[in-house]
Write a protein that binds this ligand. Structure first.
Ligand code: GZL
Ligand code: ZN
Length: 312
C-alpha cells in the first residue's frame, strides 16, 4: 500500500511546477524575512524544489539569478522586483524560454505579457489608509509630517507616497515638510529620523511620522526617544506591514497605527502556477491581497502574540 500511495503522490505533483526559482530582494525588513519563511514552507508542503536567491537588494543580482534559473531550465520563476524599471530584457528571455514568471509584493513597468501574474496589495490604497488615519486623528489641528520613503524607485515607495498624499489632499492643516528614503531598513529609518529631528527644532516642530514600512518606523522610534521625545504622543507614528514589533511598540504607546500587509504572497502565487501548468488557466494579471488598519484600540499585545512566531 505504501508504494501505491508514494507513486500516487508523485503523480499528483508531477504536473505542478517541480522546480521554481525564487529571486528574493534580500532581508531588509522583518516583513521580507517572513515572506521568505512562508514561501519556503509552502514550497516544502507542495513538494516544490525551490531554488532560492537573495539579491542583497541589488537589481543586477536579481537579473543574474533569473538568467541562472533560465539556464537551469526551472519550471517557473518567482520575482520580488526591488525596483519597478529595468526588467524588459530579462523578462523577455524568460518569456522566450516559456518559463512563467510570477511577481511578488512589488510591480514592474514592463509589458504585462512578460509575466503570468502579480500577487500583492494595493500599495496606493495602503498609503491612503495611513493618510486617512492621520486626517481623522488630527482633525483640524495643524500637523507637520515627516515621511520615511521606501527604496527609491520601488513600486511601494512610489505608490505609498501617492496614496498618502491623495488622502491629505485638501486638508491644508496637514503638510509633509520633509521626505527622504530610509530604504525600508531600521538602521536607515533611525539615521534619517535623526536628521529630521535635528532639522525640526529637536523634533518639537514635528507632529507625525509616516513611514512606508514598520521597520523604518521602529528605527525612527528609537531616534525619537534618544531625542528625549515620546513617540506615539509628541510625534504620532503611522506605518505599514503590521509586523510583530510594531504591535509591541503600539502596546507600549510608542506607535499609533499600521496597515497590514500579508507576508503570504507565495500561496496565491503557487495556486496560480498550478492552475496554469495543469489546466492552462490564465490568471488575472493582478491578484490582490487585503489591507487592514490596526490601531492601539485593536489589542496590539494580542496581535504581537499571534504574529511573533511566523518567521518575521
Ligand atoms: C511591499 C513590500 C515592502 C514591505 C517592506 O509590498 O515590497 O518591501 O512593505 C519590504 O517591508 O521591504
Ligand atoms: Zn479627506
Amino acid at each position: 500500500l505504501m508504494m501505491t500511495v508514494a507513486v500516487l503522490a508523485l503523480g499528483a505533483t508531477a504536473s505542478m511546477a517541480q522546480t521554481v526559482g525564487f529571486s528574493q530582494i534580500g532581508s531588509e525588513s522583518g516583513w521580507r524575512a517572513a515572506e521568505t519563511t512562508l514561501t519556503k514552507q509552502q514550497a516544502e508542503e507542495r513538494g516544490i524544489d525551490l531554488k532560492f536567491s537573495d539579491a542583497q537588494q541589488k537589481q543586477e543580482n536579481q537579473i543574474a539569478a533569473i538568467r541562472s534559473f533560465i539556464a537551469q531550465g526551472v519550471d517557473a520563476i518567482l520575482l520580488a522586483p526591488v525596483v519597478a524599471t529595468g526588467w524588459d530584457s530579462v523578462l523577455q528571455e524568460a518569456h522566450e524560454a516559456e518559463i512563467p514568471v510570477v511577481l511578488l509584493d512589488r510591480s514592474v513597468d514592463s509589458d504585462k505579457a512578460l509575466y503570468l501574474t502579480a500577487v500583492g496589495s494595493d500599495l496606493v490604497h495602503e498609503g491612503a489608509v495611513a493618510g486617512q488615519w492621520l486626517v481623522d486623528t488630527v482633525a483640524g489641528n495643524d500637523c507637520r509630517v515627516v515621511e520615511l520613503q521606501g527604496t527609491t524607485g520601488s513600486s511601494p515607495a512610489i505608490d505609498r507616497k501617492a496614496g498618502f498624499e491623495s488622502a491629505i489632499e485638501g486638508h491644508d492643516n496637514i503638510e509633509i515638510v520633509r521626505s527622504q528614503t530610509g530604504d525600508f531598513t531600521r538602521a536607515q529609518g533611525k539615521e534619517v529620523m535623526e536628521s529630521f529631528l535635528q532639522a525640526e527644532n529637536g523634533g518639537k516642530d514635528i507632529c507625525a511620522l509616516y513611514a512606508h514600512n514598520d521597520d523604518m518606523a521602529v528605527g525612527a522610534i528609537q531616534a525619537i526617544k534618544e531625542a528625549g521625545l515620546k513617540p506615539g504622543e509628541d510625534i504620532l507614528v503611522v506605518s505599514i506591514d503590521a509586523v510583530p514589533d510594531i504591535f509591541q511598540a503600539m502596546a507600549a504607546g510608542e506607535a499609533n497605527a499600521t496597515v497590514e500587509l500579508t507576508p503570504n504572497m507565495a500561496g496565491p502565487a503557487f495556486d496560480a502556477l498550478k492552475a496554469y501548468m495543469e489546466d492552462g488557466a490564465e490568471p488575472a494579471k493582478f491578484i490582490q491581497t487585503e489591507s487592514k488598519l490596526y490601531t492601539q484600540a485593536d489589542d496590539p499585545a494580542g496581535e504581537y502574540e499571534r504574529r511573533k512566531d511566523l518567521g518575521y
